[in-house]
Design a protein. Structure first.
Length: 361
């Protein structure tokens, strides 16, 4: 067995990650938690906490070999250099920036401040010393930089901006191209050691297939599984003809060379890089005065996706929205649409297809 060390996000993460990859204590980044085990199997070097469609916390167990495979595959496509750290280090995308920096022998430069700003990015970029400059962002952060002419000019000097966490809206991608900003779209998750498909093409030894409409990923970057949850590990990680695959729960199309992800197969959206369960938003609305509320996904150029709530009646929605904000965070705040009645299917269930079409019409 191997000791598991919990480190708070901050300057201690980089040396702790280096030690974990070299065989020292396994690393978990985040606040202390009573149910975190004191040790893990020898294969585990990193534990990343995430959540699924139910919002139930999951602890993804990654080996050093898996993380290194992802790092090497990324470098083979992008090249090596110095990274601006703009994402929290308790997310796999933030850990990836640290791992790439360790592999390249460069020092990452963090964006300072409690919230990401264009000015903070420009300040961080000014402290880079290597010729090759990189940054990993979610689409909302990219949009923030494109809204600021000075930040856009600085970003245009980067070799590329790696954009992940959710789909990149076409309008934002077009703005980046028009400004001379190189963008690489990244697809992956904690269970795949982070982004493993760049611009639709698997990197390194990553393999992709689509089974019954679900995107599945295989290769050396796959996690060991979920810490303390054998049932979920067996459900999401499957072996077929000697190959191990991760069932992503994403819908997509694979033509043998390029992957197109078309959405989630469950009710989770990703808003500004944050996962939000539409079911959780809906339940809170039901609990706060809107028993027939239905929540669907809405498209948004800045945030990618947002919850859109259809409600009836004229009750004040502000208390319910405040309760959702408190429970789920700002990304969970729905845009409220009032209708005379909720359209239903012959079964009596809400017609979510019609509502989603209305939300995005």
């Amino acid at each position: 067995m191997r000791a598991l060390r919990t480190v708070a996000p901050g300057p201690d993460v980089l040396p702790a990650l280096a030690a974990a990859l070299d065989g020292g204590d396994a690393l978990r980044v985040g606040p202390p938690a009573a149910d975190v085990p004191s040790d893990v199997s020898d294969a585990v070097a990193l534990v990343v906490e995430t959540s699924g469609s139910t919002g139930r916390p999951k602890r993804v167990a990654l080996s050093a070999d898996a993380l290194r495979a992802n790092t090497a595959a990324s470098a083979a496509v992008l090249g090596q250099g110095q990274w601006v750290l703009a994402l929290p280090t308790h997310y796999i995308a933030g850990i990836n920036v640290l791992a790439r920096s360790l592999a390249a022998g460069t020092e990452p430069v963090a964006v300072e401040g409690a919230h990401f700003t264009a000015a903070g990015f420009v300040s961080a970029a000014s402290r880079l010393t290597a010729a090759g400059r990189f940054v990993s962002l979610v689409p909302a952060q990219l949009a923030t930089l494109l809204d600021d002419p000075a930040a856009t000019d600085v970003l245009a000097t980067f070799r590329t901006a790696l954009i992940g966490g959710q789909s990149l809206p076409a309008a934002v991608r077009e703005r980046a191209a028009a400004a001379g900003v190189s963008v690489t779209r990244s697809y992956g998750s904690s269970e795949t050691s982070g982004g493993c498909v760049y611009d639709g093409v698997p990197i390194g030894e990553t393999r992709v297939r689509v089974v019954d409409g679900e995107v599945q990923v295989g290769g050396p970057g796959l996690a060991e599984g979920y810490l303390g949850d054998r049932a979920l590990t067996a459900e999401r990680f499957v072996v077929d003809d000697g190959m191990r695959w991760f069932r992503t729960a994403d819908a997509g199309e694979w033509d043998g060379a390029r992957l197109s992800v078309t959405g989630r197969r469950d009710d989770v959206i990703v808003s500004g890089g944050i996962k939000v369960s539409l079911g959780a938003v809906e339940r809170l609305l039901h609990e706060h005065g809107f028993p027939d509320a239905v929540v669907v996904r809405g498209r948004d150029e800045r945030w990618g996706e947002v919850p859109v709530a259809f409600v009836t009646g004229d009750a004040d929605a502000a208390p319910a929205v405040a309760a959702i904000d408190a429970a789920l965070g700002p990304a969970g705040r729905p845009r409220v649409r009032r209708v005379d009645s909720i359209p239903t299917l012959p079964s009596g269930k809400p017609d979510r297809v019609v509502l989603e079409r209305t939300a995005n019409g």
